[in-house]
Design a protein around this ligand. Structure first.
Ligand SMILES: Nc1ncnc2c1ncn2[C@@H]1O[C@H](COP(=O)(O)OP(=O)(O)OP(=O)(O)O)[C@@H](O)[C@H]1O
Ligand SMILES: [Mg+2]
Length: 373
Protein backbone atom coordinates (compact mmCIF):
# COMPACT_ATOMS: atom_id res chain seq x y z
CA UNK A 1 0.00 0.00 0.00
CA UNK A 2 2.93 2.30 0.79
CA UNK A 3 6.32 1.60 -0.71
CA UNK A 4 9.40 3.71 -0.65
CA UNK A 5 12.56 2.71 -2.46
CA UNK A 6 15.95 4.21 -1.89
CA UNK A 7 14.42 7.29 -0.34
CA UNK A 8 16.91 9.98 0.57
CA UNK A 9 16.41 13.46 1.93
CA UNK A 10 19.19 15.97 2.29
CA UNK A 11 18.30 19.32 3.86
CA UNK A 12 20.41 22.22 2.70
CA UNK A 13 21.18 24.71 5.39
CA UNK A 14 23.23 27.83 4.74
CA UNK A 15 26.57 26.31 5.56
CA UNK A 16 25.95 22.59 5.65
CA UNK A 17 23.90 19.65 4.48
CA UNK A 18 21.89 17.39 6.78
CA UNK A 19 21.18 13.92 5.55
CA UNK A 20 17.84 13.05 7.20
CA UNK A 21 16.99 9.96 5.11
CA UNK A 22 19.69 7.71 3.80
CA UNK A 23 18.17 5.11 1.51
CA UNK A 24 14.89 4.09 3.12
CA UNK A 25 13.07 1.06 1.72
CA UNK A 26 9.72 0.79 3.44
CA UNK A 27 6.89 -1.54 2.62
CA UNK A 28 3.54 -1.14 4.34
CA UNK A 29 0.93 -3.69 3.38
CA UNK A 30 -2.70 -2.84 2.79
CA UNK A 31 -4.80 -2.85 5.96
CA UNK A 32 -1.95 -3.00 8.42
CA UNK A 33 -0.84 -0.66 11.17
CA UNK A 34 2.86 -0.04 10.72
CA UNK A 35 4.88 1.72 13.38
CA UNK A 36 8.18 3.47 12.82
CA UNK A 37 10.11 4.04 16.00
CA UNK A 38 13.40 5.78 16.59
CA UNK A 39 15.13 8.44 18.58
CA UNK A 40 14.83 12.14 18.09
CA UNK A 41 16.57 13.15 14.87
CA UNK A 42 16.44 9.64 13.40
CA UNK A 43 14.46 10.94 10.43
CA UNK A 44 10.96 9.71 11.28
CA UNK A 45 9.12 12.96 10.53
CA UNK A 46 11.18 13.44 7.39
CA UNK A 47 10.08 9.99 6.27
CA UNK A 48 6.39 10.59 6.87
CA UNK A 49 6.53 14.02 5.24
CA UNK A 50 8.22 12.48 2.20
CA UNK A 51 5.53 9.80 2.00
CA UNK A 52 2.84 12.39 1.26
CA UNK A 53 5.28 14.61 -0.57
CA UNK A 54 4.85 17.47 1.88
CA UNK A 55 8.61 17.28 1.70
CA UNK A 56 10.20 16.58 -1.65
CA UNK A 57 12.59 13.60 -1.41
CA UNK A 58 16.10 14.23 -2.71
CA UNK A 59 16.01 10.87 -4.47
CA UNK A 60 14.08 7.63 -4.45
CA UNK A 61 10.43 6.86 -5.05
CA UNK A 62 7.22 6.88 -3.04
CA UNK A 63 4.28 4.80 -4.16
CA UNK A 64 0.96 5.00 -2.35
CA UNK A 65 -1.97 2.80 -3.43
CA UNK A 66 -0.18 1.95 -6.66
CA UNK A 67 0.46 5.57 -7.61
CA UNK A 68 4.02 6.85 -7.91
CA UNK A 69 3.78 10.19 -6.12
CA UNK A 70 7.38 11.14 -6.79
CA UNK A 71 6.66 10.97 -10.51
CA UNK A 72 3.78 13.42 -10.07
CA UNK A 73 5.66 15.93 -7.96
CA UNK A 74 7.13 18.87 -9.82
CA UNK A 75 5.89 17.85 -13.27
CA UNK A 76 3.87 20.83 -14.24
CA UNK A 77 0.40 22.00 -13.26
CA UNK A 78 -1.58 19.02 -14.39
CA UNK A 79 0.61 16.63 -12.42
CA UNK A 80 0.47 18.80 -9.32
CA UNK A 81 -3.31 18.72 -9.55
CA UNK A 82 -3.08 14.94 -9.61
CA UNK A 83 -0.69 15.07 -6.67
CA UNK A 84 -3.17 17.20 -4.71
CA UNK A 85 -5.90 14.70 -5.51
CA UNK A 86 -3.65 11.82 -4.41
CA UNK A 87 -2.89 13.65 -1.17
CA UNK A 88 -6.57 13.92 -0.28
CA UNK A 89 -6.53 10.12 -0.13
CA UNK A 90 -3.76 10.28 2.46
CA UNK A 91 -4.96 11.55 5.84
CA UNK A 92 -2.49 13.13 8.22
CA UNK A 93 -2.71 13.40 12.01
CA UNK A 94 -0.32 15.63 13.95
CA UNK A 95 1.08 15.67 17.46
CA UNK A 96 -0.21 19.17 18.19
CA UNK A 97 -3.59 18.73 16.48
CA UNK A 98 -3.27 21.90 14.32
CA UNK A 99 -6.91 22.90 14.81
CA UNK A 100 -8.19 26.40 14.06
CA UNK A 101 -9.13 27.90 17.41
CA UNK A 102 -11.57 30.43 15.94
CA UNK A 103 -13.64 27.71 14.28
CA UNK A 104 -16.00 25.27 15.94
CA UNK A 105 -15.21 21.58 15.98
CA UNK A 106 -17.70 21.03 13.16
CA UNK A 107 -16.15 23.85 11.10
CA UNK A 108 -12.69 22.40 11.62
CA UNK A 109 -13.82 19.11 10.14
CA UNK A 110 -15.71 20.90 7.36
CA UNK A 111 -12.62 22.83 6.28
CA UNK A 112 -10.94 20.08 4.22
CA UNK A 113 -14.33 19.23 2.72
CA UNK A 114 -14.71 22.86 1.70
CA UNK A 115 -11.30 22.70 0.04
CA UNK A 116 -12.40 19.53 -1.73
CA UNK A 117 -15.35 21.52 -3.10
CA UNK A 118 -18.09 19.66 -1.22
CA UNK A 119 -21.28 21.76 -1.09
CA UNK A 120 -22.69 23.27 2.14
CA UNK A 121 -25.37 20.80 3.33
CA UNK A 122 -23.41 17.75 2.16
CA UNK A 123 -20.32 19.11 3.88
CA UNK A 124 -22.12 19.47 7.19
CA UNK A 125 -23.65 16.01 6.89
CA UNK A 126 -20.30 14.42 6.19
CA UNK A 127 -18.52 16.35 8.97
CA UNK A 128 -21.19 15.26 11.47
CA UNK A 129 -20.84 11.68 10.33
CA UNK A 130 -17.07 11.86 10.86
CA UNK A 131 -17.47 13.39 14.31
CA UNK A 132 -19.87 10.60 15.16
CA UNK A 133 -17.28 8.07 13.96
CA UNK A 134 -14.67 9.43 16.36
CA UNK A 135 -17.18 9.67 19.23
CA UNK A 136 -17.45 13.45 19.36
CA UNK A 137 -20.89 14.15 17.91
CA UNK A 138 -21.98 16.14 20.95
CA UNK A 139 -19.01 18.52 20.74
CA UNK A 140 -19.78 19.76 17.21
CA UNK A 141 -20.57 23.28 18.40
CA UNK A 142 -17.67 23.56 20.85
CA UNK A 143 -14.43 25.36 20.12
CA UNK A 144 -11.06 23.58 20.28
CA UNK A 145 -10.15 25.58 23.41
CA UNK A 146 -13.03 23.88 25.24
CA UNK A 147 -11.78 20.36 24.52
CA UNK A 148 -9.35 18.05 26.26
CA UNK A 149 -6.21 16.91 24.44
CA UNK A 150 -7.76 13.56 23.59
CA UNK A 151 -10.89 15.23 22.23
CA UNK A 152 -8.79 17.59 20.13
CA UNK A 153 -6.95 14.64 18.66
CA UNK A 154 -10.29 13.01 17.83
CA UNK A 155 -11.19 16.14 15.87
CA UNK A 156 -7.77 15.92 14.19
CA UNK A 157 -8.52 12.34 13.20
CA UNK A 158 -12.04 13.20 11.94
CA UNK A 159 -10.53 15.98 9.83
CA UNK A 160 -7.89 13.58 8.45
CA UNK A 161 -10.68 11.24 7.33
CA UNK A 162 -12.55 13.92 5.36
CA UNK A 163 -11.23 12.86 1.96
CA UNK A 164 -12.11 9.18 2.59
CA UNK A 165 -8.44 8.28 2.67
CA UNK A 166 -7.13 4.77 2.20
CA UNK A 167 -4.04 5.66 4.16
CA UNK A 168 -3.59 7.53 7.42
CA UNK A 169 -0.23 8.95 8.44
CA UNK A 170 0.27 9.84 12.05
CA UNK A 171 3.29 11.72 13.38
CA UNK A 172 3.43 11.29 17.16
CA UNK A 173 -0.35 11.59 17.44
CA UNK A 174 -0.34 10.50 21.06
CA UNK A 175 2.91 12.07 22.30
CA UNK A 176 1.14 15.04 23.88
CA UNK A 177 -1.44 12.87 25.65
CA UNK A 178 -1.52 11.13 29.02
CA UNK A 179 -1.33 7.32 29.08
CA UNK A 180 -5.07 6.73 29.46
CA UNK A 181 -5.98 9.12 26.67
CA UNK A 182 -3.23 7.60 24.56
CA UNK A 183 -4.88 4.21 24.98
CA UNK A 184 -8.27 5.51 23.91
CA UNK A 185 -6.82 7.22 20.82
CA UNK A 186 -4.91 4.05 19.90
CA UNK A 187 -8.12 2.08 20.31
CA UNK A 188 -9.86 4.53 17.99
CA UNK A 189 -7.10 4.10 15.39
CA UNK A 190 -7.41 0.33 15.68
CA UNK A 191 -11.22 0.56 15.25
CA UNK A 192 -10.85 2.78 12.19
CA UNK A 193 -8.26 0.41 10.78
CA UNK A 194 -10.72 -2.44 11.10
CA UNK A 195 -13.97 -0.68 10.22
CA UNK A 196 -12.67 1.27 7.25
CA UNK A 197 -9.83 -1.01 6.18
CA UNK A 198 -7.54 1.96 6.71
CA UNK A 199 -3.80 1.40 6.33
CA UNK A 200 -1.98 3.34 9.05
CA UNK A 201 1.64 4.40 9.10
CA UNK A 202 2.50 5.84 12.45
CA UNK A 203 5.60 7.41 13.86
CA UNK A 204 6.27 7.23 17.53
CA UNK A 205 8.85 7.53 20.27
CA UNK A 206 6.89 5.18 22.47
CA UNK A 207 7.49 1.47 22.40
CA UNK A 208 4.10 1.01 24.11
CA UNK A 209 2.35 2.40 21.05
CA UNK A 210 4.01 -0.20 18.85
CA UNK A 211 3.19 -2.90 21.36
CA UNK A 212 -0.46 -1.91 21.64
CA UNK A 213 -1.55 -1.58 18.04
CA UNK A 214 1.11 -2.25 15.45
CA UNK A 215 1.07 -5.27 13.16
CA UNK A 216 4.52 -4.42 11.84
CA UNK A 217 7.29 -2.14 12.94
CA UNK A 218 10.57 -0.63 11.85
CA UNK A 219 13.41 0.84 13.86
CA UNK A 220 15.03 3.94 12.42
CA UNK A 221 18.50 5.15 13.24
CA UNK A 222 20.31 8.00 11.55
CA UNK A 223 18.10 8.09 8.50
CA UNK A 224 18.06 4.37 7.91
CA UNK A 225 15.71 1.53 8.72
CA UNK A 226 17.89 -0.91 10.63
CA UNK A 227 15.24 -3.50 11.48
CA UNK A 228 11.74 -4.17 10.24
CA UNK A 229 9.13 -6.88 10.09
CA UNK A 230 5.90 -8.06 11.61
CA UNK A 231 5.86 -7.67 15.39
CA UNK A 232 5.51 -11.44 15.79
CA UNK A 233 8.38 -12.05 13.37
CA UNK A 234 10.63 -9.57 15.16
CA UNK A 235 9.95 -11.22 18.49
CA UNK A 236 11.02 -14.53 17.02
CA UNK A 237 14.24 -13.09 15.59
CA UNK A 238 17.26 -13.77 17.77
CA UNK A 239 19.16 -10.60 18.50
CA UNK A 240 16.37 -8.29 17.35
CA UNK A 241 16.91 -4.97 19.02
CA UNK A 242 13.31 -3.98 18.49
CA UNK A 243 12.11 -7.17 20.13
CA UNK A 244 14.19 -6.61 23.23
CA UNK A 245 13.00 -3.02 23.41
CA UNK A 246 9.40 -4.08 22.93
CA UNK A 247 9.75 -6.49 25.73
CA UNK A 248 12.51 -5.62 28.15
CA UNK A 249 13.34 -7.57 31.27
CA UNK A 250 15.75 -6.18 33.82
CA UNK A 251 18.31 -7.76 36.10
CA UNK A 252 22.09 -7.91 36.14
CA UNK A 253 24.58 -10.68 36.85
CA UNK A 254 25.17 -11.30 40.55
CA UNK A 255 28.92 -11.60 40.03
CA UNK A 256 31.68 -12.60 37.63
CA UNK A 257 31.68 -16.04 36.02
CA UNK A 258 27.97 -16.05 35.49
CA UNK A 259 26.03 -16.32 32.24
CA UNK A 260 22.89 -14.25 31.85
CA UNK A 261 20.36 -15.42 29.30
CA UNK A 262 17.10 -13.86 28.13
CA UNK A 263 14.58 -16.56 27.42
CA UNK A 264 11.45 -15.75 25.40
CA UNK A 265 8.47 -18.07 25.57
CA UNK A 266 5.68 -18.05 23.09
CA UNK A 267 3.25 -20.54 21.70
CA UNK A 268 3.52 -24.14 22.93
CA UNK A 269 6.79 -23.61 24.76
CA UNK A 270 5.14 -21.24 27.23
CA UNK A 271 3.29 -24.10 28.92
CA UNK A 272 6.30 -26.40 29.37
CA UNK A 273 8.30 -26.50 32.64
CA UNK A 274 11.57 -25.97 30.77
CA UNK A 275 13.46 -24.15 33.48
CA UNK A 276 13.05 -26.96 35.99
CA UNK A 277 13.90 -29.50 33.26
CA UNK A 278 17.05 -27.55 32.51
CA UNK A 279 18.00 -27.47 36.17
CA UNK A 280 17.42 -31.22 36.62
CA UNK A 281 19.02 -32.30 33.35
CA UNK A 282 22.28 -30.44 33.93
CA UNK A 283 22.15 -30.33 37.72
CA UNK A 284 22.61 -26.58 37.83
CA UNK A 285 21.12 -23.90 40.05
CA UNK A 286 19.30 -21.28 38.05
CA UNK A 287 18.51 -17.83 39.37
CA UNK A 288 15.69 -15.81 37.89
CA UNK A 289 16.78 -12.17 37.58
CA UNK A 290 13.63 -10.82 36.00
CA UNK A 291 10.46 -12.04 34.34
CA UNK A 292 7.41 -10.61 32.62
CA UNK A 293 4.34 -11.68 30.73
CA UNK A 294 2.88 -9.30 28.22
CA UNK A 295 0.70 -9.08 25.16
CA UNK A 296 2.64 -8.01 22.10
CA UNK A 297 0.97 -7.89 18.71
CA UNK A 298 -2.12 -9.48 20.29
CA UNK A 299 -0.18 -12.55 21.49
CA UNK A 300 0.83 -13.61 24.97
CA UNK A 301 4.59 -13.63 25.35
CA UNK A 302 6.73 -14.41 28.35
CA UNK A 303 10.28 -13.34 28.86
CA UNK A 304 12.60 -14.35 31.64
CA UNK A 305 16.15 -13.30 32.40
CA UNK A 306 18.01 -16.15 34.05
CA UNK A 307 21.48 -16.58 35.42
CA UNK A 308 23.48 -19.77 35.05
CA UNK A 309 26.61 -20.51 37.07
CA UNK A 310 29.82 -20.42 35.06
CA UNK A 311 30.99 -18.56 32.04
CA UNK A 312 29.49 -18.68 28.59
CA UNK A 313 31.62 -21.53 27.26
CA UNK A 314 30.57 -23.71 30.19
CA UNK A 315 26.92 -23.10 29.35
CA UNK A 316 26.84 -23.72 25.63
CA UNK A 317 25.07 -27.05 26.11
CA UNK A 318 22.33 -25.86 28.53
CA UNK A 319 21.64 -22.89 26.25
CA UNK A 320 21.40 -25.29 23.32
CA UNK A 321 18.92 -27.33 25.38
CA UNK A 322 16.66 -24.27 25.80
CA UNK A 323 16.75 -23.60 22.08
CA UNK A 324 15.90 -27.21 21.32
CA UNK A 325 12.78 -26.81 23.44
CA UNK A 326 11.62 -24.15 21.00
CA UNK A 327 12.57 -21.20 23.15
CA UNK A 328 14.45 -18.16 22.09
CA UNK A 329 17.54 -17.89 24.28
CA UNK A 330 19.85 -14.94 23.96
CA UNK A 331 23.01 -14.51 25.94
CA UNK A 332 23.08 -11.07 27.53
CA UNK A 333 26.68 -11.15 28.62
CA UNK A 334 29.22 -13.33 26.98
CA UNK A 335 32.60 -14.55 28.12
CA UNK A 336 34.03 -11.08 27.57
CA UNK A 337 31.83 -9.75 30.34
CA UNK A 338 29.09 -7.12 30.17
CA UNK A 339 28.91 -5.09 27.02
CA UNK A 340 29.59 -1.45 27.34
CA UNK A 341 26.14 0.13 27.63
CA UNK A 342 27.34 3.12 25.65
CA UNK A 343 27.80 0.80 22.71
CA UNK A 344 24.09 0.08 22.69
CA UNK A 345 22.64 1.09 19.37
CA UNK A 346 19.41 1.90 21.15
CA UNK A 347 20.88 4.33 23.62
CA UNK A 348 23.26 6.48 21.68
CA UNK A 349 23.17 8.59 18.57
CA UNK A 350 26.70 7.41 17.93
CA UNK A 351 25.53 3.84 17.74
CA UNK A 352 27.30 1.76 15.21
CA UNK A 353 26.05 -1.55 13.98
CA UNK A 354 22.46 -2.53 14.65
CA UNK A 355 21.07 -5.84 15.73
CA UNK A 356 24.01 -7.32 17.58
CA UNK A 357 23.60 -10.96 18.53
CA UNK A 358 23.76 -10.14 22.21
CA UNK A 359 21.30 -7.86 23.89
CA UNK A 360 23.01 -5.07 25.77
CA UNK A 361 22.20 -5.53 29.40
CA UNK A 362 21.32 -1.91 30.05
CA UNK A 363 19.00 -1.50 27.11
CA UNK A 364 15.66 -1.51 28.93
CA UNK A 365 16.47 1.21 31.44
CA UNK A 366 18.26 3.32 28.90
CA UNK A 367 15.41 3.05 26.45
CA UNK A 368 12.89 4.20 29.00
CA UNK A 369 14.97 7.28 29.60
CA UNK A 370 15.46 8.01 25.94
CA UNK A 371 12.00 7.22 24.78
CA UNK A 372 10.05 9.48 27.09
CA UNK A 373 10.10 13.01 25.77
N1 LIG B 1 13.62 21.57 7.51
C1 LIG B 1 14.80 21.10 7.92
N2 LIG B 1 15.96 21.72 7.61
C2 LIG B 1 17.15 21.25 8.01
N3 LIG B 1 17.30 20.10 8.72
C3 LIG B 1 16.20 19.44 9.06
C4 LIG B 1 14.88 19.89 8.69
N4 LIG B 1 13.97 19.01 9.17
C5 LIG B 1 14.67 18.06 9.82
N5 LIG B 1 15.99 18.30 9.76
C6 LIG B 1 17.08 17.47 10.31
O1 LIG B 1 16.94 16.16 9.80
C7 LIG B 1 17.17 15.19 10.80
C8 LIG B 1 15.96 14.30 10.98
O2 LIG B 1 14.89 15.09 11.48
P1 LIG B 1 13.42 14.53 11.72
O3 LIG B 1 12.56 15.68 12.12
O4 LIG B 1 12.99 13.75 10.54
O5 LIG B 1 13.67 13.56 12.95
P2 LIG B 1 12.62 12.79 13.88
O6 LIG B 1 13.06 11.38 13.91
O7 LIG B 1 11.24 13.09 13.44
O8 LIG B 1 12.90 13.47 15.30
P3 LIG B 1 11.85 13.77 16.49
O9 LIG B 1 11.61 12.46 17.14
O10 LIG B 1 12.61 14.72 17.36
O11 LIG B 1 10.61 14.37 15.91
C9 LIG B 1 17.56 15.97 12.05
O12 LIG B 1 18.95 16.03 12.11
C10 LIG B 1 16.98 17.33 11.80
O13 LIG B 1 17.72 18.32 12.46
MG1 LIG C 1 9.59 14.03 14.34
Amino acid sequence: MITTTGLTKVYQSRDREVSALDGVDLHVREGEIYGVIGQSGAGKSSLIRCVNLLERPTSGTVTVAGQDLTALAGRGRRASKELRAARTRIGMVFQHFNLLSSRTVLDNVELPLEILGVSGPERTRKAKELLDLVGLAEKAKSYPGQLSGGQKQRVGIARALAGDPKVLLSDEATSALDPETTRSILQLLRDLNQQLGLTILLITHEMDVVKTICDSAALMQRGRIVESGTVGGLLATPGSELASELFPVGGTASGPDRTVVDVTFHGEAASQPVISQLSRTYNIDISILGAAMDTVGGKQIGRMRIELPGRFEENVVPIGFLREQGLQAEVVEDEKGPRDPKASAATAQSAGTPAATTVPEQTPAAITKEVVK
